[in-house]
Design a protein around this ligand. Structure first.
Ligand code: NAD
Length: 379
C-alpha cells in the first residue's frame, strides 16, 4: 500500500533537506571499501528479513518514502505473509525467500542490502549468511547476543567486503545529532553526570510466545530498551565507559523467567563522569539528561519514533522536526544507502554496535555477581 503522494512529498522534502548536511564521514579503522560494483543505477534494492512488527509498521512504510533505496525483496518463514506483502508492495516471486533457501539471494542482482529485523539470537546467523551472499547488511539493535558474536559479524562483512550498519535510528535524528555535538563543544563546562532512562510498561496481559521474554532468543529489557540508554550515555559523553555496576530487578517473576524486567546500571567514564541508567519492561521511561558544572540539558522523550525534543538551562531548545513516523527510519535508510552508493563508511558501523555489546557483556556480568564492579574491555 503506497501512502498518498500528498503525505509523501513534504516528508520527502524534509528528508532531502536533512540529507544535504550529511557530509563525508571520516574513514574508520579497519573499514574495507565494498566489493559490490553495481551495474544498475537507481535506488538500492533492500530485502527485509523478518516481517514482524518493526518491519511491517515502520520499515516497509519508510521504504515507500526513501529516495536512495526501495523495498525490493522479503525473507519470511510464513507463506501467507509473503503473499500479503507481495500484494501490498508489488514484490515479484523472484525476490521472495524463506529462511532455508535464503542463500540463493546471492544470485539476485536486484537485492543490494539485506536488513536483518529478526529476534536478537538470529542477528549473527543471518548477517553472516547475507555477507557470504555478497549483500550489504543493515542489522537491527541490539547488534547481537554478545561481543563475540558482534566480532564474528564484523569479520564476515569485512571478509566479503560488504558494509555492516546497525539500525540505531536515533543517531540519524537531528535533535540527537545536535545533542551529541554538545559532548565536543561543552557549552555548560565539564560534564558531571548523565541520566538515561528507557523503558515501557508491557507484558501485562498474556505474553504468549514472546521472544522478548525468552533468554535463548535475546529477551529482557536490557537487550531491547537498555541499549538506548547505553548508546545514549556513550553519545552524550563522547567517551567509552571504563567500568560498570549493574543490578536487575524482577517484580513479576511469573512473567520474567531468566530475563531482566528492570536493569539499573551505572557506567563509569573517564574523568569521573558517571551515567546512571534504568531500563525496564515494567515502567514507562524516556528521559536523557546531562548535568554539567554550569548547567544542564535534557531530551524527553529521547527514543520515540517521532517527537524527540528537549531543552537546556540556557533556554536553548532541541526542537527540530523530521515529520511523523516513519520519517526517522526513512532518513536512516536513505543515509545508510548513500554511504553504500558513495562507497564511504556508514554513520553507524558494526564497530559502534560492538562497543555497546562489550558494555552489555559487562552489565550482565555485574548483574550476575550482585552488582560487583566490572571493568569493561577496551579496544
Ligand atoms: P516481532 O516479534 O514483531 O517480529 C519478529 C519476526 O521474526 C516475526 O516476523 C517472526 O515470525 C520472525 N521470527 C523468525 N524466527 C523467529 C523465532 N525463532 N522466534 C520468534 N520470531 C521469529 O519483533 P520486532 O519488534 O519486529 O523486532 C525485530 C528486531 O527489530 C529486534 O531485534 C528488535 O530489537 C528490533 N527493533 C528495533 C526497533 C528500533 O526502533 N530500531 C524497534 C522495534 C524492534
Amino acid at each position: 500500500m503506497n501512502a498518498p503522494s500528498s503525505l509523501i512529498d513534504p516528508a520527502r522534502r524534509r528528508l532531502v533537506a536533512a540529507l544535504a548536511g550529511t557530509g563525508v564521514a571520516a574513514a574508520l579503522p579497519g573499514w574495507a571499501a565494498p566489493r559490490a560494483t553495481r551495474t544498475r543505477r537507481g535506488p538500492l534494492g533492500v530485502a527485509l528479513i523478518g516481517l514482524g512488527g518493526y518491519s511491517r509498521d515502520l520499515l516497509a512504510p519508510a521504504l515507500q518514502m526513501t529516495r536512495h533505496c526501495r523495498l525490493a525483496g522479503i525473507v519470511t518463514g510464513t507463506p501467507a505473509k509473503a503473499e500479503e506483502w507481495q500484494r501490498r508492495y508489488a514484490i515479484p516471486d523472484r525476490n521472495v525467500y524463506d529462511y532455508e533457501g535464503f542463500a540463493r539471494i546471492a544470485d539476485n542482482p536486484n537485492i543490494d542490502v539485506v536488513y536483518v529485523v529478526l529476534p536478537n539470537h538470529l542477528h549473527k546467523r543471518f548477517t553472516v549468511e547475507a555477507a557470504a551472499a555478497g549483500k550489504h547488511v543493515w542489522c537491527e539493535k541490539p547488534m547481537a547476543m554478545d561481543a563475540g558474536e558482534a566480532r564474528e559479524m564484523i569479520d564476515a562483512c569485512r571478509r566479503h567486503r560488504v558494509q555492516l550498519t546497525i539500525g540505531y535510528r536515533l543517531q540519524h535524528e537531528p535533535n540527537t545529532r545536535a545533542w551529541s555535538e554538545l559532548a565536543k563543544s561543552r557549552p555548560f563546562g565539564r560534564l558531571l553526570r548523565v541520566k538515561a532512562d528507557a523503558g515501557f510498561n508491557g507484558f501485562r496481559n498474556n505474553p504468549g510466545d514472546a521472544w522478548r521474554l525468552d533468554p535463548a532468543r535475546g529477551g529482557g529489557a536490557m537487550y531491547d530498551m537498555g541499549v538506548y540508554s547505553l548508546n545514549a550515555a556513550r553519545y552524550t559523553t563522547g567517551r567509552e565507559p571504563l567500568a560498570v555496576t549493574a543490578r536487575q530487578e524482577i517484580l513479576r517473576p511469573e512473567i520474567f523467567r531468566g530475563v531482566d524486567e528492570t536493569m539499573r546500571f551505572r557506567l563509569e567514564f573517564p574523568e569521573g563522569v558517571v551515567a546512571d541508567c534504568v531500563t525496564s519492561f515494567g515502567m514507562d521511561l524516556n528521559t536523557l539528561r546531562a548535568e554539567c558544572e554550569a548547567g544542564w540539558y535534557q531530551l524527553s522523550p529521547f527514543q520515540t519514533y517521532d517527537g524527540i525534543k528537549g531543552e537546556a538551562s540556557d533556554g536553548r531548545r532541541f526542537d527540530a522536526t523530521l515529520g511523523p513516523k516513519p520519517a526517522m527510519q526513512a532518513l536512516q535508510m536513505d543515509q545508510d544507502a548513500l554511504a553504500i552508493i558513495e562507497g564511504r563508511p556508514p554513520r553507524v558501523p558494526g564497530e559502534e554496535g560492538l562497543r555497546d555489546m562489550r558494555v552489555l557483556d559487562a552489565i550482565f556480568a555485574s548483574a550476575r555477581a550482585d552488582g560487583k564492579r566490572v571493568q569493561i574491555d577496551q579496544d
